[in-house]
Ligand binder design. Sequence first.
Ligand SMILES: Cc1ncc(C[n+]2csc(CCOP(=O)(O)OP(=O)(O)O)c2C)c(N)n1
Length: 279
Amino acid sequence: MNKKKKKELEKKAVQLRITGLKMVQTAQSGHIGGAFSLSEILSVLYFDKMNVDPKHPHAPDRDRLVLSKGHATVALYPALACRGFFPLSDLDSFRNINGHMSGHAEIHVPGVDISTGSLGQGLSCAVGLALAEKHSKLGYHTYAILGDGEIQEGQIWEACMFAAAQRLDNLTAILDSNKVQLDGSIKEILDTGDLAGKFESFGFHVQSIDGHDVEAISNALDLAESVKDKPSMIIANTIKGKGVSFMEGKSEWHGKTPNEAEFKLAFQELEEAYHKLEE
Ligand SMILES: Cc1ncc(C[n+]2csc(CCOP(=O)(O)OP(=O)(O)O)c2C)c(N)n1
């Protein structure tokens, strides 16, 4: 990846965080922590990798993305808006009963392929989309984004087993391994242990990367796409609340709304990060 592209994707990731924070401020609600851990991943997917066209959101050959951790709309909607699926001003109605910007990903929002929110189910949907592509041969790739708390759901492992049995090499799952779930660390609540070993034993090609390094994400996605006969799992090591010092790694910021002073500080830190990237 050249330097210009790298900087562009890094800036986009910070822009997604700033946009997401504005959404939460307007709505006074939303999941910040697990959205901010995803910013670089979505930046690379939507601004480098995915074959999508906002003018044709239902194009049959478009790449599919299933946000299995469907609460992370504070990351997904800014990515879709910045990519041009709908105007940024639509985000002002986030979580408003009269708007269409629901708190969890819903297909009413342009660019969303599958409604999610009930953890554990999205990967099965992604597997279905990938299996359909094997039959239709439309040439699209399916991406699924999972939470590391989410994979405590049994259905995830059923979907993994099936994806491997069907040799779905057109499926890339990305695990947002931020080590924190709703009310504590993964280790404290239900230690998932050796994840790479587990996914490998379920028949996946597994990579483990720094999930905030846009170049590493891009390379891992390329490698995953080149693997034959196996689905891929990218374990992206991330930080919950990434980019805002007082939120990083803290489960309390899973879904808490900042107060006025906290918003101010968070915007300040993110804007400083953005300006630094512009230097
Ligand atoms: C089936 C189900 N149970 C519980 C919830 C409530 N819930 C929403 S997010 C969350 C924590 C998920 O943790 P993780 O997957 O690690 O998400 P992240 O930390 O990346 O935001 C829970 C329990 C849900 N949405 N669905």
